[in-house]
Design a protein around this ligand. Structure first.
Ligand SMILES: Cc1cc2nc3c(=O)[nH]c(=O)nc-3n(C[C@H](O)[C@H](O)[C@H](O)COP(=O)(O)OP(=O)(O)OC[C@H]3O[C@@H](n4cnc5c(N)ncnc54)[C@H](O)[C@@H]3O)c2cc1C
Length: 136
């Protein structure tokens, strides 16, 4: 960019500018682009992927299609109960609902739009003894 704020000239103009290139950023960029927005990811590091690229890559997706296909018993309501047990009233119910209802939708939609494939593996919740917690 050159000039003052009022005479700014941008090198490139986009509808959605995504700052960073971790999993959150990549998912946001994918959906924005898929919906027709001109989208640009900018990354401050020499490498893309952020902490996401060096993580274990395990994603907690309650009641995913692949878990249910494997015979796991799970539901968004149980996941909601479990999270509420852990966080109490520190997180708004609507935000928890948004996660437990949409995490599996996110998996479906990302797999439909990319080469990423997520496989369900039985993994014990950290506090499986709590209401809504699961052993696998
Ligand atoms: C060793 C390890 C293992 C883990 N394993 C798991 C796991 O198995 N499951 C799990 O759920 N979580 C795991 N985590 C935690 C998880 O990796 C992070 O919570 C998650 O990756 C954060 O994702 P993010 O998209 O928010 O940010 P990040 O992946 O950290 O991406 C942020 C990006 O933004 C860039 N950035 C920051 N500021 C700017 C700027 N001003 N301009 C441009 N770019 C900028 C950064 O360089 C970075 O690339 C693990 C963490 C570690 C360290």
């Amino acid at each position: 960019m050159t000039g003052s704020a009022t005479t700014a000239h941008w090198d490139k103009e986009v509808d959605v500018l995504v700052v960073g290139s971790g999993a959150g950023a990549m998912a946001s960029a994918l959906f924005a682009s898929d919906r027709g927005a001109r989208t640009l990811i900018v990354e401050k590091s020499d490498l893309y992927g952020g902490t996401s690229a060096t993580s274990g890559g395990g994603v907690w997706i309650p009641a995913s299609d692949s878990a249910l296909e494997q015979g796991q018993q799970d539901s968004p309501d149980e996941a909601f109960t479990y999270i509420k047990e852990l966080v109490g009233n520190t997180v708004a119910d609507g935000r928890i609902r948004a996660f437990v209802e949409n995490a599996r939708v996110m998996k479906r939609e990302i797999e439909a739009r990319s080469e990423l494939r997520l496989t369900a593996i039985p993994y014990t919740d950290y506090q499986a003894e709590k209401p809504g917690g699961k052993m696998g």
